[in-house]
Write a protein that binds this ligand. Structure first.
Ligand code: SF4
Length: 802
């Protein structure tokens, strides 16, 4: 079948809409076909033999399986979802659909190693590039200061993340950082309340009453399974089976598609969860009997530090009555009581913490409140509930060899304060940026960036850029001319995802363990190299204990070593064509058999380990689910920290339990009377790459008018400021300002403005560059009181008519 340009555009948008249940109308699709008639690069599939190869799409980090249609086995023309991958079951997001476009778009790919010299970038050979990189690493290590190398990693869970973390440890630097994410907060909850590692899973498919505390289920929260679960709830015949309540400040797509939207004051989600807990405890609802002998800290007790406490029940009954909660949340006491009763009486109630797509970490106490609520209704470790999901049984990494330089380097406190000032966090990029930006001399000699674009997407990009400009040598491994790469000293471009090996372990929210693997589909288009192989080559050149710790010849060898662990465990199954539809996944006979199956079909999973199917204990100090977290009191004591110095608003036993922690929002409310809430949209992407050219064409005028971003404001606020639809205004915060236009929308709470994320790029190509403004240049970032994680759900702003 010949696919012409118009058909291609219709297919693309239709696929997006079908998968995401987006409100974008088909009429718009037709318009796009007309607007785009002059695009020179719309793929016109050449004639030739069709073939298909499976791999995984890396853009969202959720390990979805994609099938690449190839012409004569050498040119990729389309991607489609693999139906047998249990994570996406044939579905795809907009950005995954755009993968081929990113692979071939010469304007955005870095085509060879580049060095910035004499005010310009120059192409250099790989020998020169690796020589520069390794030489600099040797020089810093020879000075006995390996901690002066820092690395920012944007990859999702998988072997590459582990490889980079291990490389930094063996080199001797504690300063390995990941891009912030809600799964960082979930990891803290797993440790403190469940005593578990792995990932947090939510069994959405089997829940029958879901309260989402701000999660953008239809905007991209969790994995593609979230959208599939929603589709299932709404299917003919299933209506009424699952109730979805969205508790959020704004009328997002999820709010508008929920059974009920509870409009709440921004930042009050934790208080609302505790208000519901109050009603459940007071009226003895829920499934409190299920907690007998399995919960610690609901009632009075003594903690592992021999401190007596009266417990979560008393705290909630005293402090979070509906009248009090109404004052914080703006939701009436009747609504709180009604919702609590309906939630507690459901068969499989489930509460979800998080905001938007889950790229923003949450407040630790807020997440604790939502998990405490789940425990009260018996949702923990139950089908249709929540619980830890074990990591896939990959071969464990051998103990790394550390020489004296590495040991000395690792004894230094991390620059970002994670593990010392903030004992419950493992990475705090915004704190790193603040420290480096403010230091008279940069404590970092070399900054390495992988699969991320912090110059644009860091929580406070301005601070990150101030910090970056002080670092003498910045190395980017990006495949693309993003903002970080454009400001690097050395660029060593990675292969595209169609050219490299890639794997991934269980993505956020999936309720059973998964492992996905993608093999190269095409030979490299440009003079690029897989970053994993460059790192392995570097370990050999650095020699000594570093080389000993990385005995693998190539990344493919390393992946085989890891996958052998799954084969040895004999756990789980692999997807094969038809396996999901026929519910007949198959096992594997050997490591070789598993490897071939993974490289052909891409996915291993273990449905026997689904939440609620296995008896799961709690590896906490009490051996129980902890409403009162012993880990908090122990962590603070070990770090010698007084909670008062951490800005925690409560004292005594409440420090160790869920409570409402009002987040500080910087700025004078008189001068900046409105609260700007950054909004993540399903059809705008922000990550390693921004929205693709195709995506830019489905944006409505109420998002981008020409090249100007449109912010949404309540008509009441607009009236007070004499603003009318479409008026140009200057939006200004303590951090920055931008010219935008206003759209009057009742779905925005009075007192707030909604501003879409993912705009204001200065890198990439003309399809995204100079469009709109970057919210991250304006946001004031607060640090969560206990974990120090960055929170940027609200920034004080003012609007001035221009
Ligand atoms: S105007 Fe363009 S989009 Fe419309 S039919 Fe002709 S070629 Fe196709």
């Amino acid at each position: 079948m010949k696919l012409d340009r118009r058909g291609f555009v219709k297919f693309l948008v239709g696929g997006v809409v079908g998968t995401m249940l987006s409100p974008i109308p088909w009429k718009l699709t037709d318009d796009i076909a007309i607007w785009t008639q002059n695009w020179p690069w719309v793929p016109n599939p050449p004639n030739g033999a069709n073939s298909f190869k499976n791999t995984i799409s890396p853009f969202r980090g959720d390990g979805i399986g994609v099938s690449v249609r190839l012409i004569d086995q050498k040119r990729a023309v389309t991607l489609s979802g693999v139906p047998d991958n249990p994570i996406n079951q044939g579905g795809m997001s907009c950005i995954d659909l755009s993968g081929v476009q990113y692979h071939y778009n010469q304007a955005v790919r870095v085509k060879s190693p580049m060095v910035f010299r004499d005010g310009a970038f120059h192409a250099i050979s790989w020998e020169e590039a690796t020589g520069l990189f390794i030489g600099k690493l040797k020089e810093i290590r020879d000075q006995g200061t390996p901690e002066k190398v820092a690395l920012v990693d944007g990859s999702g869970p998988g072997t590459m993340k582990d490889l980079l973390g291990r490389f930094m440890a063996c080199y001797g630097s504690p300063n390995y950082m990941s891009m912030p994410n809600a799964s960082d907060t979930e990891a803290q909850i797993l440790k403190l309340m469940y005593g578990a590692g792995g990932t947090m899973g939510y069994d959405l498919e089997n829940a029958d009453f879901i309260i989402s505390f701000g999660c953008g289920l239809l905007e991209g929260w969790g994995s593609q399974r979230t959208l599939l679960a929603y589709k299932d709830w709404r299917q003919e015949g299933n209506r009424g089976k699952t109730t979805l309540i969205q508790v959020a400040a704004n009328a997002s797509t999820t709010s508008s598609k929920a059974d009920q939207w509870v409009a709440i004051a921004p930042g009050a989600e934790g208080a609302f969860a505790l208000g519901l807990a109050h009603v459940i405890l007071k009226e003895n609802l829920g499934n409190l009997g299920a907690l007998t002998g399995r919960a610690f800290g609901l009632g009075s007790g003594v903690d592992s530090q021999a401190m007596s406490f009266s417990g979560f029940r008393d705290l909630v009954l005293e402090e979070y009555g509906p009248d009090k909660v109404t004052q914080v949340t703006g939701v009436s006491p009747e609504k709180i009581q009604d919702l609590a009763r309906r939630f507690a009486k459901a068969k499989s109630p489930l509460a979800l913490p998080g905001r938007g797509k889950g790229t923003m970490p949450g407040g630790l106490y807020e997440f604790m409140a939502v998990h405490s609520l789940n425990a009260l209704v018996g949702a923990v470790n139950r089908s249709g509930g929540v619980g830890p999901v074990m990591s896939p049984p990959l071969t464990s990494w051998p103990e790394p060899a550390l020489d004296s330089v590495a040991e000395k380097g690792l004894r230094n406190a991390r620059i970002d304060g994670a593990g010392s000032r903030y004992p419950f966090s493992s990475s705090l990029l915004h704190q790193f940026a603040d420290v480096v930006a403010e230091a008279p001399k940069s404590p970092v000699e070399m900054l390495v960036v992988y699969k991320s674009n912090p110059a644009h997407n860091a929580p406070s990009s301005k601070e990150f850029n101030r910090a970056r400009s002080k670092v003498p040598f910045v190395v980017s491994f990006s495949s693309f001319w993003d903002e970080t790469t454009k400001n690097a000293n050395l660029v060593m471009p990675n292969h595209s995802f169609l050219e490299r090996w890639e794997d991934g372990t269980t993505p956020a929210g999936v309720p059973f363990p998964t492992y996905v693997l993608g093999a190269p589909v095409l030979p490299p288009l440009f003079d690029t190299r897989p970053t994993a192989d460059v790192i392995l080559e570097t370990t050999k050149a650095l020699g000594g204990s570093i080389a000993t710790s990385f005995p693998w010849k190539s990344y493919e060898d390393l992946l085989k070593f890891r996958v052998a662990g799954i084969a040895a465990s004999q756990q789980g199954v692999v997807s094969v064509p038809g396996s999901l539809a026929e519910q007949q996944p198959r096992g594997f006979s050997s490591a070789g058999d598993l490897w071939s199956s993974l490289t052909e079909n891409g996915c291993w999973y273990d449905p026997s380990q689904r939440i609620g199917k296995t008896a799961t204990g709690f590896n906490t100090p009490s051996g129980k689910f902890e409403f009162y977290c012993n880990g908090i009191s122990e962590g603070l004591r070990q770090a010698g920290l007084d909670p008062k110095r951490l800005n925690v608003s409560v004292q005594g036993e409440a420090v160790c339990m869920a409570h409402f922690e009002p987040a500080e929002v910087e700025g004078d409310p008189q001068r900046y009377p409105l609260l700007m809430a950054p909004e993540e949209l399903a059809y705008v992407f922000e990550g390693e790459v921004p929205s693709s050219p195709y995506m830019t064409k489905i944006w409505p005028d109420t998002l981008l008018k020409g090249n100007t971003l449109v912010i949404h404001i309540n008509p009441e606020d607009a009236h007070n400021q004499h603003l009318y639809e479409g008026d140009p205004v200057m939006i200004e915060s303590l951090k920055g300002s931008a010219e935008v236009r206003v759209h009057l929308f009742n779905g925005v709470r009075p007192g707030t403005v909604s501003m879409a994320e993912g705009f204001g790029h200065t890198g990439f190509d003309g399809y995204i560059r100079d469009k709109g403004a970057n919210t991250r240049d304006m946001t004031t970032v607060a640090s969560d009181a206990l974990s120090g994680m960055p929170l940027w759900w609200g920034t004080r702003v003012k609007l001035t008519k221009v």
